[in-house]
Design a protein around this ligand. Structure first.
Ligand code: ZN
Ligand code: ZN
Length: 433
């Protein structure tokens, strides 16, 4: 749809005489046709358009616009002025009241306004627009008073199931849920409770191991840029050593990583769609304003918004291509000193007197130990014979166990052995000395 030109139409309004109650008097008449009283200021202010208006476009539906050129000129001449002496309404251009001959005060005021606007370089058109038109302006519409949300009528109580349902559900939850929870809690507690069974030590096993490390030079390899010469510090009594870096040699190129870099572009094309402008959609919008003299002028203009359609096209762009290349670095041999295990000796037994194997250490040697200690126990739980064992973490702890000694085996209610310990009397003896 193409844009229609802006159109204006001017209509006479209607007014009511307050002196004789005659209504629907044409705005063209400045005096009441029934009683002859001139139209006064408040009667002019109450002039209505009196015609049906299209609610969507705002267009006046009547087709009786003023066509007579002289009448149209009068209607567009500007607001009537009210005689300060007798109250009669007079045409905008009249210099004196047609009833009593009094002067047009507005002409005097307008002269000042023209002077002011000229000084501010405002177009004469704007002057006419901004002249106070007392007749048509209706008071600004205020939104209806609204109560604060907490004082709103109580029409939106939360909907849902009745209260007795929630109460019954709660009771049921308590009646069924509480015993279940208690039962589950008791079950968990019971499973982790232990009971004691009497046992006897049936066997002892120990194994003690000694490792001998020697401080010696070795050849290692590393990236050249992470190597720097460092002195070797030799151990004193097997401690305080530092391997050092010495005799860096035999460096050669070796792959370190792949580098990715831009190496030209490739043109990539794929089908795509885009929105293109395809004319516009227009709607007529009309507004009507009072001319302040018993007439109204309607202005209609098209308000348009662009319309779009989808269009297929081929989208092409240059995409960066990437290549990789190998980056090499120098890889070198060097000397350093490390501990190397050179000997291991083991002694084991089934008695209660563990012993360490004997080794001879050189000046650049050091010694490491470790060991396993195990105490086998036979016991009777609920009339059934069973066997278990406990591991000692230290030699001193192992030495507190002797073959034939009584032992207490703590057993979880589910059956697994929790702990093996000495009877209370033996514990006291162990702590006493
Ligand atoms: Zn009248
Ligand atoms: Zn007058």
């Amino acid at each position: 749809m193409s844009r229609r030109p802006t159109t204006t139409r001017t209509f006479w309004g209607i007014w009511s005489c307050t002196s004789c109650d005659k209504t629907s008097i044409s705005g063209e008449l400045k005096a009441c046709p029934a009683c002859g009283n001139p139209r006064e200021k408040d009667e002019l202010a109450a002039v209505k358009l009196g015609r049906a208006v299209d609610p969507t476009t705002g267009r006046v539906l009547a087709d009786d616009a003023i066509r007579d050129p002289q009448k149209l000129s009068d209607a567009l001449a500007g607001p009537d002025w009210s005689c300060t002496a007798c109250g009669s309404g007079n045409r905008a251009g009249a210099l004196n009241c047609k009833k009593c001959g009094g002067p047009n005060e507005l002409v005097v005021a307008a002269a000042h306004m023209v002077y002011d606007f000229a000084a501010r370089r405002v177009a004469p058109e704007a002057e006419r627009e901004s002249r106070p038109s007392s007749s048509s302006s209706s008071p600004p519409k205020l939104p209806p008073p609204r109560l604060p949300p907490d004082l709103e009528p109580d029409g939106e109580a939360p909907r849902g199931r009745p209260a007795w349902f929630a109460a019954a559900l709660g009771t049921l939850t308590v009646l069924v849920g509480t015993p279940l929870l208690l039962l589950a809690g008791y079950g968990l507690w019971w499973a982790f409770q232990t009971h004691d069974a009497n046992g006897v030590v049936t066997g002892l096993r120990w194994e003690q191991r000694i490792y001998v490390d020697n401080w010696q030079v070795v050849t290692k390899e590393d990236w050249r840029d992470s190597l720097s010469l460092q002195p070797t510090v030799f151990p004193k009594d097997g401690k305080g050593e530092q391997g050092g870096v010495d005799n860096i040699r035999s460096c050669r190129d070796k792959w370190h990583h792949d580098r990715r870099y831009a190496c030209g572009t490739t043109r990539e094309c794929r089908p795509a769609t885009r929105q293109v402008k395809d004319g516009e959609t227009c709607q007529q919008r009309c507004s009507t304003r009072s001319n302040g003299n018993g007439s109204f002028t309607e202005t209609c203009r098209d308000v348009c918004s662009p319309r779009y359609r989808s269009e297929s096209y081929t989208s092409c762009k240059d995409e960066t291509k990437y290549c990789t290349e190998a980056v090499t670095k120098k890889w070198c041999s060097y000397d350093t000193w490390v501990w190397n295990e050179v000997d291991k000796k083991v002694l084991s037994g089934t008695d209660d007197d563990p012993r360490w194997p004997t080794v001879t250490l050189g000046p650049l040697d050091r010694l490491r130990r470790d060991a396993d200690y195990r105490v086998d126990v036979a016991y009777t739980d609920a009339g059934e014979a069973a066997e278990t064992y406990t591991s000692s973490s230290t030699e001193a702890e192992f030495r507190t166990w002797h073959k034939g000694d009584p032992a207490i085996v703590a057993i979880f209610n589910l059956g697994a052995v929790a702990d093996v310990r000495h009877p209370a009397s033996v514990e006291r003896d162990r702590v006493a000395p």
